[in-house]
Design a protein around this ligand. Structure first.
Ligand code: NAD
Ligand code: ZN
Length: 247
């Protein structure tokens, strides 16, 4: 692993325009469970039953009780870890420009990154299913489930459920960022959720180097990534940033 850390430090030092694509894995060390893999939410229930737009439309109270309420409790108190903080340091050193994240937890912004594309929307806000009025999730009273808007409509996370389209601006800006970078860090994503999994492919097609950070191999590892640094995001990014700071 040390050789690969060194290689990543050299690649980062040489790169002119770095982007990152992050997934649920970068937030695991902040106590937010991923969907897949060990401890993943999917071990306990079928996401298609609860994280699909059809389920939300059919029975919003059920989706709130099983999925959203628990996520609110976890996300409300989660703090950025060394992975998020390291990426923020890379922005402060003018290394990283844009982070494209599949996460909805807001932890990249909390760590200090300023150009974060929330590909799957955000859990920081709820919106009314009738009038679209937005409410900050932390301030939403959940003593009654489902919580409601002033107009009486039911609130839902301002995030993308399975079966919904990616917000157009996030889609367009991610393509721009992927096509324009010369190095992409792909951190903590299983790279199976589409169309997000195409982002590193776009970067690669446009000549970028792809560096994966993940304790497991993914479908990108053999085909798309230049190399995979196997390990947890916090530790690996910490080592890279510390070495880069010494250069
Ligand atoms: P995923 O749950 O499918 O996969 C998680 C990945 O993280 C796996 O490849 C796993 O090997 C890796 N991983 C495990 N521990 C890690 C660590 N310490 N450091 C780095 N990587 C680690 O995640 P996904 O690819 O992002 O897809 C799931 C979808 O679910 C996302 O699109 C996202 O919208 C949503 N989601 C978001 C959150 C969040 O906001 N934090 C949490 C769960 C799910
Ligand atoms: Zn309303």
């Amino acid at each position: 692993m040390d050789d690969l850390i060194r290689r990543a430090v050299e690649d980062l030092a040489a790169a002119k325009n770095v982007a990152a694509l992050t997934g649920a894995g970068i937030s695991i060390e902040s106590g937010i469970p991923p969907f897949r893999g060990k401890g993943g939410i999917w071990e306990r229930f079928d996401p298609m039953e609860f994280a699909h737009i059809d389920a939300l439309m059919r029975d919003p109270a059920k989706v709130w009780r099983i999925l959203v309420k628990e996520m609110k409790e976890i996300v409300d108190s989660a703090k950025p870890n060394d992975g998020h903080k390291g990426l923020a340091k890379l922005e402060a050193r003018d290394k990283i420009k844009t982070i494209i994240t599949q996460n909805i937890d807001g932890l990249h912004q909390a760590a200090g990154n300023t150009d974060v594309i929330e590909y799957h929307g955000t859990f920081a806000w709820q919106r009314c299913m009738d009038c679209n009025q937005k409410y900050e999730t932390r301030k939403v009273d959940i003593s009654e489930i489902p919580p409601r808007c002033e107009c009486g409509g039911i609130l839902r996370p301002d995030a993308v459920f399975f079966g919904e389209v990616i917000p157009a601006e996030a889609m367009w800006r991610s393509r721009q960022a992927a096509a324009g970078c010369d190095l992409m860090l792909v951190v903590g994503t299983s790279a199976v959720v589409q169309p997000a999994a195409m982002i590193p492919v776009i970067a690669k097609d446009n000549g970028a180097r792809i560096v994966e950070i993940n304790p497991e191999r993914t479908p990108l590892t053999d085909e798309i990534s230049d190399y995979l640094i196997m390990g947890g995001a916090g530790e690996v990014i910490n080592q890279i940033v510390t070495a880069l700071e010494k250069m």
